[in-house]
Ligand binder design. Structure first.
Ligand SMILES: [Zn+2]
Length: 476
């Protein structure tokens, strides 16, 4: 396996990462998913676009029930309090009484236990007045972000990325390696496991505080966790990456298609926050889409929904790795654009060269990118007509090119989609960049965080250190 460091700023030792890129128009200071300050807590969970809603979306997206039937009353009470804190990002005791519909005495006793156990902390800031007549402010309660973690892994065709995320889905450790993945499954899985162990070691995160490992992979994933890798990732047929990584790390593992992971992340933390009908399209070495309709992630009967890269783009085009001919991926992936320029100019051109060629205003490069955007737009026009989304979020390597690509996509959608549906959709860049897939994979695990925390035995939770806080989170 060829292995080389990528993105010089991320060479080992790994760089503890800072929260994601600020969102245009969003006040700076608190990244998506972080506990809110007192003013945000005052806004309360009734706001439909707030973090409270994101937790509901998590469970709805993944089709989960809110209360397991086997829970006793005390665990159920803990679960309700933890769900409210997870969903709101932070709130007060009186608000918890309102949200959980438990008695005041029960909520106060549960909160005392949770604070003592180190799962919940009282912020120095305050929430709304607890007793307006006395003017006494209520304290803001939040989950202790590093009381537990989720690990995300993103396995693409040419890279492996691992991130350790706190309870709010914010990466506290993040590392990417460029490797040849498609024909080297076992070496790739060894590397992913090695990075996971490195993350836990460098963050001093005990494995018993890791809720799970979510793995996004550049292959369709069937309902039983098997890859549908034939032709897509040729060496991975019959490999069970979830089971293999679970054996290598000892961490319960969930597998998800990488475009679906990206869709989850942008829907929960990024450009698609609060949008229940959206498409995330990932334009990288592979092209795929994650589709959210009416708040549900669309998977299809065999997990193959969203494979937009294998829609027909050119009737007599090149043979695609899926075995068909003229797929979108053969004309619009960065690899395909670089191949076109290389063959036309008779000189080496790599996919990574595309942004600099556009900055130099090389006419041929601009034309090739615009044509690729038009091909993607034609495919998306069909999707727009079929499912009538409000938003298309563009991620993957090619998204960095920006407007020359986006404009041609929009033109093709306007030209070919049902006019009313075309007029209702916006095309925007993803906000999470190359971290979308790894954050969505970890986010899938975090959807079950309140359940896992509620089921921790009191003995175990007493062992959790209190008020631990990663220095990388301070000030964020
Ligand atoms: Zn194909």
């Amino acid at each position: 396996m060829t292995r080389r460091s990528r993105h010089g700023r991320r060479t080992a030792p790994c760089v503890p990462c800072v929260p994601c890129e600020p969102r245009p128009g969003r006040p700076p200071g608190r990244p998506p998913g972080r506990p809110p300050g007192p003013s945000a807590a005052k806004a309360g969970p009734s706001q439909t676009d707030g973090p409270y809603d994101s937790n509901i979306r998590f469970r709805r997206l993944l089709g989960e029930s809110s209360i397991p039937t086997h829970m006793n009353l005390r665990d159920e009470g803990r679960l309700r309090v933890l769900q409210a804190l997870h969903a709101t990002g932070g709130t007060s005791r009186p608000e918890l009484v309102r949200l959980t519909k438990l008695s005041r005495a029960t909520v106060y006793a549960l909160v005392t236990d949770l604070v003592t156990s180190g799962l919940v902390r009282e912020e120095s800031g305050t929430s709304e007045p607890e007793n307006r007549s006395l003017g006494r402010p209520a304290q803001l309660l939040t989950l202790q972000p590093t009381a537990a973690y989720a690990v995300g892994a993103d396995i693409g065709h040419t890279h492996v990325r691992v991130a350790l995320c706190d309870l709010y889905g914010v990466p506290v450790w993040d590392h990417v390696e460029a490797v040849e993945v498609d024909r080297a499954p076992h070496a790739t899985l060894d590397l992913a496991a090695e990075l996971i162990h490195q993350a836990l070691r460098e963050c001093a995160a005990p494995i018993e505080r890791v809720l799970g490992l979510g793995v996004g992979i550049a292959s369709p994933v069937s309902g039983d966790g098997a890859l549908v890798a034939e032709g897509i990732m040729p060496g991975w047929t019959d490999v069970r990456p979830g089971r293999e990584l679970e054996q290598r790390t000892g961490i319960p593992t969930q597998l998800i298609n990488d475009a679906n992971a990206g869709a989850l992340a942008e829907h929960l933390y990024g450009a698609g926050r609060g949008v229940d009908n959206m498409v995330y399209i990932r334009l990288s070495a592979g092209i795929g889409a994650g589709i959210v309709t009416s708040g549900h992630l669309l998977l299809g009967v065999g997990g193959l929904a969203g494979e937009i890269g294998h829609l027909l783009a050119i009737e007599d085009g090149l043979i695609c790795r899926c075995g068909n001919r003229g797929c979108l991926e053969t004309v619009a992936s960065p690899v395909a654009i670089a191949r076109l320029l290389r063959d036309s100019w008779d000189q080496p051109v790599a996919p990574d060269d595309l942004p600099s060629l556009l900055r130099e205003d090389r006419v041929g490069a601009r034309r090739a990118v615009e044509d690729a955007g038009a091909a993607v737009g034609r495919a998306l026009a069909g999707v727009v007509t079929l499912i009538n989304p409000q938003l298309i979020v563009v991620g993957g390597d090619l998204a960095a090119i920006g407007e020359p690509l986006f404009e041609s996509m929009r033109r093709a959608i306007d030209r070919r989609a049902l006019p009313h549906a075309g007029a209702q959709v916006r095309v925007v860049a993803g906000e999470l960049g190359s971290r979308a897939e790894v954050r969505g994979a970890a986010g899938r695990v975090l959807a079950q965080a309140p359940h896992a925390l509620a089921l921790m035995s009191e003995a175990d939770s007493h062992e959790l250190p209190r008020a631990t806080r990663s220095p990388t989170l301070s000030g964020s």
